[in-house]
Design a protein around this ligand. Structure first.
Ligand SMILES: *Cc1c(COP(=O)(O)O)cnc(C)c1O
Length: 472
């Protein structure tokens, strides 16, 4: 008797392609080279009338995407905030697809539900969050905001005697949202989705270090007494600024506000003994959003929401139906905490990444990426004609490139900066992104990948220098 399965040839091909891809990361161009037309030409095949052999579909897919993939799994990708995948997380993610559990209920995916329960508890411990906090494994920080702010919406209206889940927002007390002026755009999207609207936003002005000060928060709170959500930030995208939570959260709480923290990557500072002071007091807040697919280096998609007031969280998310068996109060049903019903068992790769790294591995990942970011910013900033704009307390920073000549204007520097970024990316040696920050074009440096080493940093600085020479 044979246990041959029809899946083997296609899965074996996919496995071989995957390893070949990883083995080529050191030499392959980091930025995609294929044009839009080329990709449409390759992938845009007519839908076949008849089935194809699965291994051929896999081979064709690999051939057709050639040149259309970012080398973000490798060590010289410094664009946006994009992590790679540690081996245990990639492997667990493959298995998650093969196991194909529906992590909606304990009953529909018993091991998936328990892996999330365990990993959620580990994460609360790593981040110093209250043990009683509830959590949800969602698609990204965007949906973590939606989840956390739905809980916030519930709580601040409950406190005014308004049941938003039953009655909706219309006719209820208007909610105001006081948010760090440099907040990520995903906060605004969450407010739109939740029906709070971006007009509810009052941006909180920042000090020279990009932080909300106690005076600014106090003054904003004093401007009204409607139900209030305060949104602070642990790790701003361009200078990695952290709000002074230890000062701000007690002020907001004294005014009866809910405090939510966007810690997409910055919350992970808590996992490093040498960096955790950056996020001091963050644990005092009411809800926290972060990502697994950035700093923890698990494959997409992986976001994490934590809420101190578990009842508010559950009230905002739970679904009671007769056809779904309830966990009976013993098992943890993800559906009580997640915005989705049927969903991928995305807790497995998070669980696996945390086990592979352990506390010291995670601290080392944070410290290493911070040190490499600093070395990259300093190395590029020291090049003649380059300028360091913001250093890095964590793993993000900015540099810019100056146009030659005494008469060069800000606009000339902006153009030069974009030209150098384009030249580096075209070289295939490294990838950086551009940003307009405080009115000036800058190159963002983000080191979020576990693979980045000192060699990658040195190679990237050489590539930046070569691009400066080529465009001068
Ligand atoms: C990336 C990021 C987000 C959005 O996260 P997604 O995982 O892309 O949804 C929100 N806030 C900050 C600070 C980020 O860096």
């Amino acid at each position: 008797m044979s246990n041959a399965i029809p899946d083997r040839p296609a899965l074996q091909r996919a496995f071989d392609h995957a390893l070949a891809y990883l083995e080529d990361l050191g030499t392959a161009p980091v930025a995609p080279r294929a044009t839009l037309e080329a990709l449409r030409g390759a992938l845009g095949r007519p839908l076949g009338a008849r089935p194809l052999a699965a291994p051929q579909v896999i081979d064709d897919l690999v051939a057709d995407v050639a040149g259309g993939l970012h080398g973000s799994q490798g060590g010289r990708f410094f664009g946006w905030v994009i992590g790679g995948g540690v081996p245990a997380a990639i492997g667990a993610d493959w298995l998650t697809s093969v196991w194909d559990q529906n992590a909606c209920l304990h009953a529909s995916g018993p091991a998936a539900a328990v892996a999330e329960e365990v990993a959620g508890a580990w994460l609360k411990d790593l981040f110093d969050l209250p043990a009683e906090a509830s959590f949800a494994f969602v698609t990204g920080c965007q949906m973590a905001h939606v989840t956390c702010l739905a809980a916030a919406r519930h709580a601040v209206l409950r406190d005014r005697g308004w049941d938003v889940e039953r009655r909706g927002l219309a006719g209820g007390p208007p909610i105001r949202v006081l948010a760090n002026a440099d907040r990520h755009g995903s906060v605004d999207v969450a407010l739109r989705i939740l029906g709070l609207g971006v007009d509810a936003l009052r941006p909180l002005a920042l000090d020279a270090d990009g932080r909300v000060s106690p005076e600014v928060l106090r003054a904003a709170l004093a401007e009204g007494d409607s139900p209030t959500i305060v949104i602070l930030q642990a790790g701003e995208l361009n200078c990695a600024a952290f709000d002074p939570f230890g000062d701000l959260v007690p002020i907001a709480k004294a005014a009866g506000a809910w405090v939510h923290v966007d810690g997409a990557f910055g919350l992970w500072a808590k996992a490093s003994p040498t960096r955790r002071a950056l996020a001091k007091g963050v644990e005092l807040a009411d809800s926290w959003s972060t990502d697994g697919h950035k700093y923890l280096n698990v494959p997409y998609d992986s976001g994490l929401a934590f809420v101190r007031d578990a009842e508010a969280h559950r009230a905002a998310m739970t679904i009671a139906t007769s056809y779904l068996p309830a966990g009976g109060g013993v098992a943890r049903d993800p559906i009580d905490w997640n915005p989705e019903l049927s969903r991928r068992a995305r807790g497995f790769p998070v669980y696996a990444a945390l086990r592979q790294l352990g506390r010291s591995g995670l601290a080392d990942l944070v410290d290493r990426t911070c040190d490499h970011a600093q070395a990259l910013i300093d190395g590029v900033g020291a090049l003649e004609g380059a300028e360091k704009i913001s250093g890095s307390s964590l793993n993000q920073g900015l540099v810019r490139f100056l146009a030659a000549g005494p008469g060069a204007s800000e606009a000339d520097h902006d153009r030069r900066t974009d030209a150098v970024i384009a030249a580096i990316n075209a070289s295939g040696e490294a990838l950086f992104g551009g940003v307009t920050w405080r009115g000036r074009r800058c190159m963002r440096v983000s080191v979020s990948n576990w693979r980045t080493d000192a060699d990658d940093v040195a190679r990237a600085v050489v590539a930046v220098h070569a691009a400066m020479v080529a465009t001068s």
